[in-house]
Design a protein around this ligand. Structure first.
Ligand SMILES: [Fe+2]
Ligand SMILES: [Fe+2]
Length: 248
């Protein structure tokens, strides 16, 4: 439904865009040849990137937990357990599984980005070990100082690894996938991912994942986005004698 409405929006908007553009007076023929977006073709990789958004938010929760550990602040370990549980279900059993069954084999078969894919698979594996560790730790009654330090170290390093991981997938792996598959193959892959979503996460799986991470964020006081707006920068003193010439 959303893809249809997006297509309809695009059809309705195109004349307006052209009317407002410098092409309006005498639009060249090429302007009318803008290809219509192909719904499912876009959604297979778009969905993977959207899932990265939920996973990134899990890592923002991990960062908040690690920061509390570092500052010796109170922390409910069950909150970490909830985030790790979401990472296991949504991140590993659904998203990473989709990549390992539907994305990486296409690249391997075409001999594209093979070294990168090997690293990404190894990172999925390491991530599963870390998730298991976090879930175990989250069930403890309390942690010693050494255990708190170790937990914090692994939370930060998992976040560092996964930030790099999703950045490479978004900018290298998914664009390569779109080059290698025909629109029909991409549409089939999108349907395969949608089936996996229903099977692993249930109906409205993505939306439920989003609701879960929002609940966890509220527990850690991360729910208010405006709180994270950066402060204004200070005035930067100019050298004596006035403003420096702006480089051309
Ligand atoms: Fe991945
Ligand atoms: Fe991914």
């Amino acid at each position: 439904v959303s893809e249809n409405s997006r297509r309809d929006f695009f059809k309705r908007s195109l004349p307006l865009v052209l009317a407002a553009s410098p092409w309006a007076a005498n639009p060249p023929a090429v302007a009318l040849a803008i290809p219509e977006p192909q719904g499912e073709t876009i959604s297979a990789t778009e969905n993977l990137m959207k899932e990265h958004g939920v996973i990134r938010r899990c890592f923002l929760v991990y960062a908040a937990v690690a920061a509390r550990l570092d500052r010796h602040q109170d922390l409910r370990l069950s909150t970490l357990g909830q985030a790790a549980g979401l990472m296991r279900l949504f991140g590993e059993q659904f998203h990473e599984q989709s990549e390992e069954s539907g994305v990486f084999p296409v690249l391997k078969k075409a001999n594209r980005l093979t070294d990168l894919v090997d690293i990404l698979v190894a990172q999925h594996r390491r991530g599963r070990e870390l998730t298991q560790y976090f879930i175990g730790v989250s069930k403890a009654d309390s942690l010693s100082s050494i255990q708190r330090t170790a937990l914090s170290t692994h939370l930060w390093s998992f976040g560092r690894m996964y930030a790099q991981h999703v950045a490479r997938e978004d900018t290298e792996v998914f664009p390569a996938l779109r080059q290698l598959l025909t629109p029909k193959q991409l549409a089939d892959l999108g349907n395969q991912f949608a089936d996996a979503e229903r099977r692993v996460l249930g109906k409205d799986g993505f939306e439920h994942g989003l609701e879960r991470i929002e609940e966890i964020e509220r527990e850690l006081d991360l729910g208010n986005l405006a709180r994270f707006t950066a402060p204004a920068p200070p005035d930067f003193p100019l050298p004596a004698g006035g403003a420096r010439k702006q480089p051309v």
